[in-house]
Design a protein around this ligand. Structure first.
Ligand code: GRF
Length: 192
């Protein structure tokens, strides 16, 4: 069983879906650490309830990204973390973290990349009057949502789609897809 860490900055509904998949034994992993950069994030409460250790840091308390990523790497190594899932982590991963974990960090993004990268992908898709959006899971590189794509699932945008309804559809898909793909990656040895 692989030791994994989840990085999140917000609500953490994907974090929760992964926790539940582990509990249901659909995902053979040990969630060793939540890494969070936002003291107000609801994901912290979810981690507390699930008794998952948390490393919460405030980027502004560090001199640079290199400094806080060094701390993150120390935390990950202390817990023998082998694989990282970003789940709404609102920050670009820098060279310090990538050097240690490249090829073993994945991200989930609420669009069909390379369309609508970056912030508010759902709003971007609606503003563009797109007919389709979806979910992408990809390996993380130094770019913004640019790493090699692992899987994509398409979601139709209805003519009367609202932000809320599209967000619900996307999140329902994410919550099924992310644990399933993590299981696939971890059991085919990507976490080694
Ligand atoms: C998800 O839609 C994910 O695709 C994106 O950020 C959102 C996080 O939502 N990267 P949550 O915090 O897991 O609810």
């Amino acid at each position: 069983m692989k030791n994994i860490a989840i990085f999140a900055s917000g609500s953490g509904s994907n974090f929760q879906a992964i926790v539940e998949a582990v509990r249901a034994e659909e995902l053979a992993a040990k969630i060793c650490l939540l890494v969070c950069d936002n003291p107000k994030a609801y994901v912290l409460e979810r981690a507390r309830k699930a008794r998952i250790p948390t490393f919460m840091f405030q980027p502004r308390e560090y001199a640079s990204k290199e400094e806080f990523e060094k701390q993150i790497v120390t935390q990950l190594k202390e817990r023998n973390v082998e694989f990282i899932a970003l789940a709404g982590y609102m920050r670009l991963v820098g060279p310090t973290l990538l050097r240690e974990y490249e090829g073993r960090i994945v991200n989930i993004h609420p669009s069909l990349l390379p369309e609508f990268p970056g912030k508010d992908a759902i709003g971007q898709a609606l503003a563009a009057n797109a007919k389709w959006s979806g979910v992408t899971i990809h390996f993380v590189d130094q770019g913004m949502d640019t790493g090699p794509i692992i899987v994509q699932e398409r979601i139709r945008i209805a003519d009367d789609e609202t932000r809320e309804s599209l967000q619900r559809k996307i999140q329902d898909t994410e919550h099924k897809l992310y644990p399933a793909i993590l299981q696939m990656l971890l059991t085919r040895g990507e976490g080694k």
